[in-house]
Design a binder for this molecule. Structure first.
Ligand code: MN
Length: 254
């Protein structure tokens, strides 16, 4: 099945390719190409015939939805290039292991020991990148920010003293992460905790449930904030999607 995005790309490529042909032929050929569901997207035919079990999820909002806190260009490159590369490299890593391609990325990351040693590091990095970013997009929204409500608020107060203290601790973990990594709010058993992770390591691999994560790789902020990670962290709180985080908390607690 061709996704809408692939179909659009294919149509664009086809249009460009046929632009120099007599219009009657171009019309016929283009129609045949785009109306058939059995023809693979052009770029897939040209690049690879290997199965691609893992897919890049679409960004759930426009590139500029998080402006002015996170700029459109950063979102575009972050999603379309960085996340897409993790997905492509994960697909490459599991190419010779069709059974792994049948698992969800979540199940892959939950049990890295079940992954053959030969590709375990690749799956840890690329699968972690795919999983963490798939969550990250949903953990933010247009006109987000503020504070959570309901049970999550109570749990945050009980665990950290207050929302302000929680926010300070997560920000500190994000700022203190040396080099690339993340800062997370996780469920560890029935307990809420804050913990950093290096590179694309995900709390899922150590048996915890990530509820909220802050990407502090430079690719997440460098275009707008350059070396000022603290300013990015301060701005990021304005886009947190507390509805999504609360929902994850409710599911993890159940
Ligand atoms: Mn990232």
């Amino acid at each position: 099945m061709m996704t809408r995005r692939q179909a659009i790309k294919t149509t664009a490529l086809a249009s460009a390719a046929f632009a120099t042909l007599p219009s009657a032929i171009a019309q016929t050929t283009a129609t045949t190409t785009t109306s058939s569901t059995t023809i693979a997207p052009l770029e897939q035919v040209l690049v690879s015939t290997a199965p691609q079990p893992f897919k890049l999820p679409p960004l759930p909002y426009a590139y500029d939805a998080l402006e002015p806190h996170i700029d459109a260009r950063t979102m575009e490159i972050h999603h379309d290039k960085h996340h897409a590369t993790y997905v492509a490299n994960l697909n490459k890593a599991v190419a010779d292991y069709p059974d792994l391609g049948k698992k969800s990325v979540e199940d892959l990351m939950k049990d890295l020991n079940a992954v053959p040693e030969k590709i375990r590091t690749a799956v840890r990095n690329q699968g972690g990148g795919h999983y963490n970013h798939s969550l990250f997009w949903q953990m933010m929204k247009k006109d987000g920010g503020g504070e959570p409500t309901g049970n999550l608020t109570k749990a945050i107060d009980a665990n950290f003293g207050s929302f302000g203290e929680f926010k300070g601790s997560l920000s500190k973990a994000a700022l203190g992460q040396f080099g690339s990594g993340w800062a997370w709010l996780v469920m560890d058993g029935k307990q809420l905790k804050i913990e950093p992770s290096a590179n694309q390591d995900t709390p899922l691999s150590s048996g915890k449930t990530p509820l909220l994560g802050l990407d502090v790789w430079e690719h997440a902020y460098y275009l707008k904030y350059q070396n000022k990670r603290a300013d990015y962290i301060t701005a990021w709180w304005n886009v947190v999607n507390w509805d999504f985080v609360s929902e994850r908390y409710a599911k993890a607690k159940a």
